[in-house]
Design a protein around this ligand. Structure first.
Ligand SMILES: [Zn+2]
Length: 448
């Protein structure tokens, strides 16, 4: 599985602050559409192109490029409102044959495997290929023009319900419209999956102008959070030199410092990164995410012991954020000390209970169990890790071990059985798909 990731492979970026922002900004829009907000999930994909799409029922995937290209939060939420209708209005994509055979329900578990944790290590290697395959399939999907118009009008309605101006939606689509004249390969995928034309924008313009909130500025709290996230994401993704050009050290605004923390960290300039992180903590001592990144810098710099109280502070400030708990748990586990292992177990158990797809938390939990001689639980946690990382072949192996070591009928035994059953099926499907692709590749080579 350790092949170089193909060009179309994309990974999910996981970050506590981003996920909290997604919830706070978008839940009201989901509710306005008549959806149950908790059942809609948003995922940030590491991909430079502009795209957002709905798959596997109520999951919205957002390319990092879309977030970075949105000038303000209203542009971003305009796209979210549009996507929300694709869910709430029951739009089915015209699916390609390959997509249908892959099974929409398995897409999500595959995709989750590619999750990388923004402020932290990655455990992405295993799931990345499968995620890439399911994402590549997304490329042949497109909504009809009728569905697009419906999504525009419904989106404008949702925004009006929550008291937001829909102007940002138009601004964002206008930017994409410039791409209509480009050759398909140079277009962003969004314009291919959501066909755009002049009539569509004019119609949307009319609807948006009728709203009493037309022309209102974005909500200042959301706008501030959004600009911070953009700075953080940019610092994490761009080459440090590029980030420092955009946010030179002379810029002492909070967003600029936030971008530079990640840029310096990426450039392995630990001292500079730590200095910026300290400045951020001084600006907002109660902000859990600033303590989180400070802990991360210490941790990555090998100062693991120093990172513990800093992570602990972040957890105290945000006790309901499993990704931050995971960072603390990881730091504890990595010290390979029995007393800390024991302490880490309940923290990681809690994190995995609230975030079952967090393969990185499962990995650390398995290690802690194993250290404490709790081998059956270690096998089950490892099965969970590979299951959530979209690696059914490894999941089968460890789930079988867990089935053999737990007493029949216990909750752990039942869970291991479930993973075994689902993963066996997925493993077979995956192997069949691999063989089919190999055959296709061979045929293609012969034709050449
Ligand atoms: Zn659309």
């Amino acid at each position: 599985m350790l092949l170089p990731a193909p060009a179309w492979a994309q990974s999910i970026l996981r970050d506590a602050e981003t996920e909290a922002f997604f919830r706070a900004s978008s839940d009201p829009i989901f509710a306005a559409a008549g959806l149950t907000p908790q059942s809609v999930h948003m995922y940030l994909l590491h991909a430079n192109s502009i795209n957002a799409f709905v798959t596997g029922g109520q999951n919205i995937f957002i390319h990092s490029g879309l977030l970075l290209e949105s000038d303000d939060v209203n542009e971003f939420l305009g796209v979210i409102a549009h996507e929300t209708c694709h869910i709430a209005c029951g739009h089915r994509l015209r699916t390609g044959e390959a997509y249908a055979s892959a099974g929409a329900t398995s897409v999500l578990s595959m995709v989750l495997g590619a999750a990388a944790i923004l402020a932290g290590g990655t455990d992405a290697g295993m799931g990345i290929m499968m995620a890439g395959q399911s994402m590549a399939q997304g490329q042949f999907l497109a909504y009809s023009r009728g569905q697009e118009s419906e999504a525009d009008l419904a989106g404008a309605r949702y925004l009006e319900t929550v008291g937001m101006s829909g102007e940002g939606m138009i601004r964002f689509f206008d930017k994409l419209r410039d791409q209509e004249i480009l050759a398909q390969v140079r277009q962003d995928p969004y314009i291919r999956t959501h066909p755009l034309n002049r009539t569509r924008i004019l119609q949307l313009q009319e609807a948006v102008e009728r709203s009493p909130y037309y022309g209102n500025k974005p909500n200042p709290t959301l706008e501030e959070q959004f600009q911070r996230l953009k700075a953080k994401l940019l610092g994490y993704l761009y080459e440090p030199r590029r980030t420092l050009r955009l946010y030179p050290p002379s810029d002492t605004s909070l967003a600029a410092r936030y971008a530079r923390v990640y840029a310096y960290n990426k450039a392995l300039e630990w001292d500079l990164a730590l200095e910026e992180a300290k400045a951020l903590v001084a600006m907002e001592p109660e902000n859990p995410y600033f303590h989180e990144i400070m802990g991360q810098i210490l941790f990555e710099n090998g100062r693991v012991k120093d990172s513990l109280p800093v992570f602990q502070k972040a957890v105290d400030l945000a006790p309901d954020q499993p990704l931050i708990s995971t960072a603390l748990g990881q730091a504890m586990v990595s010290l390979e000390d029995k007393a800390l292992m024991e302490k880490a177990i309940p923290i990681l158990e809690d994190a995995t209970r609230r975030d079952r797809g967090n393969s990185f938390a499962w990995f650390n939990l398995a290690k802690a169990y194993s250290w404490m001689g709790r081998e059956a639980e270690a096998s089950l946690a490892t099965a969970e890790r590979f299951y959530s990382a979209g690696n059914p072949i490894q999941a089968v192996m460890h789930a079988q071990r867990a089935v053999d070591s737990f007493k029949a009928g216990t909750p752990e035994w039942l869970r291991a059985q479930d993973i075994l059953y689902v993963s066996q099926e997925a493993a077979e499907k995956f192997q069949k798909q691999q063989r089919r692709q190999q055959r296709r590749r061979l045929t293609f080579d012969n034709q050449e």
